[in-house]
Design a protein around this ligand. Structure first.
Ligand SMILES: Cc1cc2nc3c(=O)[nH]c(=O)nc-3n(C[C@H](O)[C@H](O)[C@H](O)COP(=O)(O)OP(=O)(O)OC[C@H]3O[C@@H](n4cnc5c(N)ncnc54)[C@H](O)[C@@H]3O)c2cc1C
Length: 386
């Protein structure tokens, strides 16, 4: 067993970390405290900066997604600014990645280069007010009018919706066929007839993320992802499975940021004549923060490797990584807050922002309960040593 990253992977990690430390991290606080319309403009700048810094293309070229490289770059972007990572990921992984894996040659050529250069911004709208965990319960439908697909329905929270130029939208194209063969993913361009972007949605954390609902009233779709209807369930399952590694990157990145500032604070803050890090209670907290975050990274990289190499258990490992890393980071942020104590609880401190951001991982794209159910239903005995 070899835990070494390849020289190229190390370079990706170091280059993205260096760029994000100087260019993205200093903007995180401003993004968090901006109003949502302002944040949209700042986020577009951030995405362009990430593209210029070579951070968005890591692990993605041609028809291939190398999840290890995507993870490594993602962790560093998330450490610098979790909101920027979530927005970048929605555009260049969920949207451009789905186009890369499933799009027709024409769709790939039309959208991917601009999305990767951040000339255009992408979004992925699948869940709905009454259909978060249970994707099959969506009510958005599509029907054909001549050669054109028209969409009807609402999506209540979509990352990047206020700034997006391209939307991938999950809908039933044949409701009677059921979820597995009756769903399709449609491509909708900004400004399409019948597409309306809702008011900005406010959130507890990740406040810099441009977020809104969309509503579609006979919205004219530009096409079906891949060109063939009925493939939506398979496509969304695959991209969201790979996406679990990306959510683990978000969580581990936040965990790194919490640990780093907590270590620094514990060296600088003195009580009773000593740095607080010399007290065993504080030192043990830091040790636990580092340990469980590193475990989250190892699970995520193992899952990324399994998916890259086509191992059958990749989907289970991805669920384990997302579950563990997301539950770890809420503990890490909580312990970090305890180390900062009153200095952390005041609004505007970095640990306060990270504490609010951290909770998202346990909720999004299959909450912890859904991951546990999925893992529990899997054939776990095949993982046991024989
Ligand atoms: C900031 C933010 C950004 C988002 N961005 C997007 C986006 O870009 N695109 C998009 O499509 N969606 C997006 N979403 C929606 C997100 O994917 C859903 O919120 C998420 O899937 C959880 O769904 P829900 O909130 O409806 O929870 P529910 O499905 O209502 O679940 C509520 C609780 O019940 C539990 N539960 C449900 N079913 C079961 C079960 N069978 N067994 C055990 N427990 C169960 C859940 O685990 C959870 O704890 C976003 C949400 C937020 C908050």
């Amino acid at each position: 067993m070899d835990y070494q990253l390849s020289p190229l992977e190390v370079k990706i990690q170091q280059d993205v970390a260096a760029f994000c430390r100087t260019e993205i991290a200093p903007r995180a606080k401003m993004l968090d405290s901006s109003s949502r319309p302002e944040a949209g403009a700042y986020m577009k700048e951030n995405l362009k900066m990430l593209s210029r810094g070579g951070c968005l293309e890591a692990g993605q070229s041609g028809d291939v997604i190398d999840l290890i490289a995507v993870y490594l770059a993602g962790e560093e972007i998330a450490k610098a600014c979790p909101a920027t990572y979530l927005s970048a990921r929605a555009s260049t992984f969920l949207c451009a990645g789905a186009l890369r894996l499933f799009g027709t040659p024409d769709q790939k050529q039309r959208y991917i280069p601009d999305l990767m250069k951040a000339e255009r911004v992408g979004a992925f709208a699948y869940s709905e007010e009454q259909a978060g965990s249970d994707i099959a319960a969506i009510t958005t439908v599509a029907h054909k009018d001549g050669e054109t697909w028209l969409l009807n329905g609402d999506k209540n929270v979509v990352v990047n919706a206020p700034i997006a130029d391209v939307f991938l939208v999950l809908a039933y194209s044949e409701k009677d066929a059921g979820a597995e063969s009756g769903m399709s993913i449609f491509i909708c361009d900004k400004g399409a007839k019948g597409l309306k972007i809702g008011e900005p949605v406010e959130t507890m954390g990740l406040r810099g993320v441009p977020l809104a609902g969309i509503s579609m009233n006979n919205c004219v779709a530009a096409g079906i992802l891949g060109g063939t209807p009925g493939k939506g369930y398979e496509q969304i399952t695959r991209i969201l499975t790979m996406g679990k590694v990306g959510i683990a990157a978000l969580c581990v990145g936040i965990g790194n940021a919490c640990t780093e500032i907590s270590v620094k604070h514990s060296k600088e803050r003195k009580t009773f004549g000593k740095p607080i890090g010399l007290y065993q209670d504080v030192g043990f907290r830091l040790a636990d923060m580092f340990t469980i975050n590193d475990l989250g990274r190892m699970l995520a990289l193992r899952a990324a490797w399994a998916i890259n190499t086509g191992e059958h258990e990749g989907d289970i490992l991805a669920a384990c990584a997302k579950l563990f890393a997301s539950e770890a980071v809420t503990k890490i942020a909580n312990w970090g807050m305890q180390i900062f104590a009153g200095h952390g609880y005041v609004a505007g401190s970095d640990i306060e922002r990270l504490y609010r951001d951290a909770k998202f991982g346990e909720i999004c794209e299959g909450a912890s309960e859904i991951q546990r159910s999925f893992i529990a239903k899997s054939e776990l005995d095949k993982f046991l040593p024989r």
